[in-house]
Design a protein around this ligand. Structure first.
Ligand code: SDX
Length: 428
């Protein structure tokens, strides 16, 4: 990494700050001494120009639409890898050998069961509770079951907690779905793949054998790969900030799930399909395009735009291709796919979207696939959380293992009243 200097002059004060370079991507100005030497803060709500950490896990080039996991392009991983292998890669930094992958898969598989008492948490929710509300509650409650592994300073505790979270999140996600439809929970099976196990726990019933459809298993596994990690997005930053206080990993992941739920973030996949259903047929598209462009209308095209991608989200490319594969495998079609393709075509030729560099993101097509597989829209963000758990866990481990790590504590620009004396009630 090459280092040089940046200088800042403000309020008659001048300061030299080191500029650091990463492997690839923008250099950073190290401002850690700024306040101490000038009494000034930087100001960056939404962190549009702020690097919050060093990280070696995921790299995004928003201008070029590039996404790398430990250097490997997302398109190659989606084409050739599996979610278990990508999980190993994110956690350990290198692709596993066959023996390493077998051991990792075996370990994860044997942590997929949850404590039997965890099942009783579900009955406290209304049957129509949003599954993301259940995920927030139940995942946070895991910390009540694993007092043996919440010492974040202990690498062995971090390892077993990481494996437990990656292994149990599909089981809990499937239980959230089963609870919402009033069907019995289905226990995991050790002879199935990670994704096959999840599909059977979700759609299997005790009354008959569940056959995993290989093409659906492959598509679901690829969707998990596409959602596994994405640099310092809002929910990952939430996990890092929660973890920086020393909170246990189960609580940190529950915080990440809560943040992901928002429609501007992981909730966009549910919102995007609901939007397509509201639009209905292609002839209604112009009306919604106009609304999306109207400053006085809060409506936005869900599944479009991104804080970092100012080009096509490479995950959306893979997602669109996967729609056709799932339709062929299940011999189904969905008119909303045609509406989505037409909406994309119109938007990408509209000056408003072109000038603001608004392209489809990972959430634009995912709902169509998930709906075809049989998931209700309320489960879409749960599936995003399921896949992103490995990314959150990898980023949490990276932060906790950093010897320079300290609690995150941003400052502010104070705009409230200056100091003033209390006025007694009888004088107000
Ligand atoms: C995810 O960060 C990540 O990596 C997230 C994620 C991940 O993997 O973790 O990639 C997953 O969250 C994908 C994004 C899902 N969200 C949506 O699809 C919701 C719709 N998109 C937007 O709300 C918006 O694009 C954001 C929130 C995604 C990004 O917003 P920014 O970067 O804060 O940009 P902005 O809101 O300031 O928008 C810039 C301009 C604005 O217009 P002006 O005020 O400049 O005139 O573009 C407009 C916005 O009004 N705009 C849109 C739009 N998105 C932005 N206009 C219409 N439709 C949209 N979708």
């Amino acid at each position: 990494m090459s280092d040089n200097q940046a200088s800042l002059t403000a309020d008659g004060k001048s300061i030299e700050m080191p500029v650091r370079s990463g492997t690839i991507g923008p250099d950073v100005i190290d401002i850690r001494k700024l306040y101490g030497q000038t009494g000034l803060f930087t100001y960056d709500p939404g962190f549009t120009s702020t690097a919050s950490c060093d990280s070696a896990i995921t790299y995004i080039d928003g201008e070029e639409g590039v996404l790398l996991h430990r250097g490997y392009p997302i398109g190659q991983l989606a084409e050739h890898s599996t979610f278990m292998e990508v999980s190993y890669l994110l956690l350990n930094g290198e692709l596993p050998s066959p023996a390493q992958l077998d051991t990792f898969s075996h370990t994860i598989t044997r942590h997929t069961m949850v404590h039997e008492q965890l099942s009783s948490f579900f009955s406290g929710f209304r049957r129509d509770a949003h599954p993301m509300a259940i995920m927030c509650g139940v995942v946070g409650a895991l910390s009540a079951f694993y007092h043996d592994s919440t010492d974040v300073a202990d690498p062995e505790h971090r390892k077993i907690s990481s494996h437990r979270l990656i292994a149990k999140i599909p089981t809990i996600a499937a239980m959230a779905y089963k609870y919402s439809v009033g069907q019995p929970f289905v226990y995991p099976r050790n002879d199935l793949s990670y994704t096959g196990n999840f599909l059977r726990m979700t759609f299997g019933v005790p009354a008959e054998e569940y056959e995993v459809v290989p093409a659906v298993e492959r598509a679901m596994d690829r969707i998990f790969i596409l959602h596994a990690d994405h640099e310092q997005n809002a929910s990952t930053s939430t996990v890092r900030l929660a973890g920086s206080s020393g909170a246990n990993p189960f609580a940190c992941i529950a915080a990440g799930i809560a943040c992901l739920w928002g429609p501007a973030h992981g909730g966009a996949n549910e919102a995007a399909l609901n939007m397509l259903k509201e639009i209905g047929t292609p002839d209604k598209i112009p009306e919604y395009i106009a609304r999306a462009k109207d400053k006085n209308d809060p409506f936005r095209l869900m599944g479009f735009g991104h804080r970092v991608y100012k080009n096509y989200d490479p995950r959306a490319t893979v997602m669109q291709k996967t729609v056709r594969e799932v339709f062929d495998a299940l011999k189904v079609s969905d008119p909303l796919f045609e509406t989505a393709l037409r909406l994309e075509e119109i938007a990408l030729n509209d000056p408003y979207f072109v000038e603001k560099k608004l392209f489809p993101n990972v959430d634009f097509y995912s709902g169509i696939i998930l709906s075809a597989i049989g998931f209700p829209t309320t489960m879409f963000t749960v599936l995003f959380a399921l896949a992103r758990t490995v990314g959150w866990v990898a980023q949490w481990n990276e932060m906790i293992s950093d010897p320079g790590q300290k609690i995150g504590r941003p400052r502010q620009l104070y705009t409230g009243p200056a100091a003033r004396d209390y006025t007694p009630l009888d004088q107000r």
